[in-house]
Design a protein around this ligand. Sequence first.
Ligand code: UDP
Ligand code: MG
Length: 334
Amino acid sequence: MEEKVREKVELSIVIPIYNEEENLPILYEKLKNVLDLLGKSYEIIFVNDGSTDNSWEIIRELAEKDPHVVGVNFRRNFGQTAAMSAGFDIAKGEVIITMDGDLQNDPEDIPKLLEKLNEGYDIVSGWRKDRKDDFLSRTLPSRIANWLISKVTGVHLHDYGCSLKAYRAEVAKNLDYYGEMHRFLPALSKVVGAKVTEIPVKHHPRIYGKSKYGISRTFKVLLDLILVKFLLDYRTKPLRVLGGTGAVLFLIGFLALAYLVFVKIFLGQDIGQRPLLIFGTLFVLTGIQLISTGIVAELITRTYYESQGKRPYVIKEVVTSEAHAEKEALEAAV
Ligand code: UDP
Ligand code: MG
């Protein structure tokens, strides 16, 4: 798949879309109003994440008629994080703004985000101070998760889950993340030394279409958090954390067994029935296991850093008005 090289712009808006046919036209109009007033060069990148409704047809039409719109179509549903990551890769803007395609985020907040970014930040995250989602199933679990993420990662935000965020492009493009990791981008950006802050943004209830997530997401987020902690603190030195624990366990086990050997040989007592024997053996074995896992992790980390060019998604096509016009011209000439 070839894409014509697009020009650099000041602003790229990246919007993952999964079955948002009713929202798309309204969102496009609202965005356009705000962006045209802003007076900056911009592009709107809609990434269709395998929608089964008419979303792609709508995006294609918008992209064909409006030079500001870029449509990216995934071969299947790869998830919101993959869609955002594709948007980041393709974005030509100096600043990248991400938002949801369901009208829950408000395009009118974009100028405020930019203003804050210009104060010298690399990432400005939206904070849905007055969140319009179900309290028990969404807002409450999310508060607990946000508190925990802030504690564990040391990057303090009220609302990791808010999609409306502004990034300096070089920061966004240098982050690597997989699975459902997009909410952790501000935390992961610690690795590249980004300056992160937040501002309150508006939030609206979802009117058209359904939310793609349920309560189970909270548990997945907690699992991801363990991985994020690992990536943040130990990704360049896994042997230290795994091997360190392993060495301590090994030592304890070794001392226990040495003591038993002493008891057996010099005191002539039976040691077959002693619980310490099991503990000692377990500790020694676990210690060796952890150390070898640490060494394997070191090797994998190296491969991870040295291997290049892998992306977590497959793009089917990219439309722009220029490419479309060219194709039409070609077809007309035939
Ligand atoms: N989305 C996506 N792929 C998915 C799930 C969601 O691209 O597999 C998009 C969805 O179309 C929306 C955004 O991600 O633009 C957020 O989804 P949703 O509104 O369902 O999440 P919520 O606001 O309920 O957390
Ligand atoms: Mg939503």
